[in-house]
Design a protein around this ligand. Structure first.
Ligand SMILES: Nc1ncnc2c1ncn2[C@@H]1O[C@H](COP(=O)(O)OP(=O)(O)OP(=O)(O)O)[C@@H](O)[C@H]1O
Ligand SMILES: [Mg+2]
Length: 438
């Protein structure tokens, strides 16, 4: 158990209850944060590091169950305690099923509340999810501890010994290339070549000869015949990075390779058999490209026999600390600064930031902080943009009323603010329209 003061977020639409709880808990050393709606609670969770969530179930607009479900998804390790004035078996069961650890019915004494809180902390520590995620995993240069990371390793293990084509999709910096290498170097083809091709980096005019090779005299300058990258990868893996950038002409050629398992060099008349595993990666939405006609559908299905989607770092925050730890180890060795430590506040900022550049950005920042400091990394070493960057908004809970107002404003904007027209479209009268937007 840590001795750090625990942060408790209490959510209730009734200010009296909020005050009562705060008074009950005054003798104990907790920091109490209060929120009177689910929306407010979501904001607090986003900007503060909360150790326990206590929520009422019955609240107007969005009820506490939704908050339990939301926080279970976004903060799986956060213990959750439900309080309610209307205990029914059904909502008790549903709250627990949705992720609450415990249930307390109003009215309660300060002591009952304290007991319930401490039990929740204890249960939280024993939560299998908590022990599971603190376990760090290292695999072929990849580090993580989230369930997502574990699933990733599982899929890599399933595909690495088969010559199955795998498409790896995900935001930039999430480790797609690392996954491709892990599949190759830990699998049955490890001793065979691994050839990486950046499909966005080769001019279209050169791409065909680069990939498939050419024969002597195929074009001016082709003094000797040359094998292409596909043949160089023979028996091993070819990694088609940024496959979404492959021009349509090349897509057609690739499809042929996949279907016939043979290639034809530029200038050649005969085909040559080829045996390679194809791993592809993209950070664009390839399926969308199929729908709008910029990526061949038949090729999409051929390269996408197994699909791996990498989650952005902000959606698997449990991986941040193990990654930070390993980058610190790496760069303290590299720069010969062995006694560097991170202070608590810095840890928290790194855990909370939304990391638009994902693991690559995290690694760069840690490297930079190590260069800039001598012993303790503290706030002065944190780049300004991290300090002031507000985390990306997660899904907003809006009331129907707000949605209605948004919708009306949108319609108004499209009709040049003509209220009569807008009212007609919305099938309400002008007076109602005015009421709804004030
Ligand atoms: N799980 C991880 N453990 C350790 N390092 C990682 C992990 N994931 C990514 N990295 C590091 O982050 C950087 C970016 O990873 P990688 O190049 O594989 O990402 P990517 O998804 O291919 O990005 P892009 O789409 O921009 O090419 C690399 O330096 C890589 O070593
Ligand atoms: Mg990459």
């Amino acid at each position: 158990m840590s001795l750090k003061k625990k942060n408790i977020l209490v959510v209730d639409d009734d200010y009296n209850t909020l005050d009562l709880i705060q008074r009950h808990l005054k003798p104990f050393s907790y920091h109490i944060y209060k929120a009177s709606s689910v929306n407010e609670a979501v904001e607090v969770l986003e900007y503060t590091s909360i150790d326990l969530l206590i929520t009422d179930l019955n609240m107007p607009e969005i009820n506490g169950l939704e908050l339990i479900k939301y926080s279970k998804e976004h903060y799986p390790l956060l213990p959750k305690l439900v309080i309610t004035g209307m205990p029914t078996i059904n909502n008790a069961v549903e709250a627990v099923r949705s992720g609450a650890l415990d249930y307390l019915t109003k009215p309660f004494t300060g002591n009952e509340l304290f007991q319930a809180i401490e039990t929740s902390f204890l249960k939280g520590e024993k939560n299998p999810a908590a022990s599971k995620t603190t376990e760090e995993m290292h695999y072929a240069g990849m580090i993580g501890s989230s369930d997502h990371f574990k699933n990733l390793i599982e899929v890599i293990n399933r595909v690495k010994n088969n010559k199955v084509n795998v498409l790896i999709e995900g935001e930039s910096g999430t480790g797609k290339e690392l996954i491709a290498k892990a599949i190759h170097y830990t699998g049955a083809l490890a001793k065979k070549p691994f050839i990486s091709v950046n499909c966005g980096g080769i001019p279209e005019s050169l791409m065909e000869s680069e990939l498939f090779g050419y024969t002597k005299g195929a074009f001016t300058g082709a003094k000797e015949s040359k094998i292409g990258l596909f043949q160089a990868a023979s028996g091993g893996t070819i990694f088609l990075d940024e496959i979404g950038n492959a021009p349509l002409s090349i897509q057609t050629r690739l499809l042929r390779v996949l279907q016939e398992k043979e290639i034809m060099r530029v200038g050649a008349v005969d085909t040559e058999k080829i045996d390679v595993r194809i791993l592809s990666a993209t950070n664009s939405d390839l399926y969308k490209m199929v729908l709008n006609g910029t990526f061949r559908e038949d090729l999409y299905y051929r390269i996408n026999v197994v699909n791996i989607k990498t989650k952005p770092l902000r959606d698997r925050k449990e991986d941040i600390i193990p990654l930070v730890k390993s980058f610190i180890e790496k760069y303290t060795v590299e720069y010969n600064k062995h006694n560097i430590k991170l202070n608590e506040e810095v840890h928290e900022i790194l855990s909370r930031y939304s990391w638009p550049g994902n693991v690559r950005e995290l690694e760069n920042i840690v490297q930079r902080m190590i260069i800039m400091s001598d012993d303790i990394i503290d706030m002065q070493h944190i780049p300004e943009n991290l300090k002031y960057h507000l985390p990306e908004k997660k899904e907003q809970f809006k009331s129907l009323k707000e949605y209605e107002k948004d919708h009306i404003l949108k319609i108004l904007a499209t009709v040049g603010n003509n209220k009569t027209k807008a009212a007609k479209i919305l099938q309400i009268d002008r007076k109602t329209l005015n009421q709804k937007i004030t």
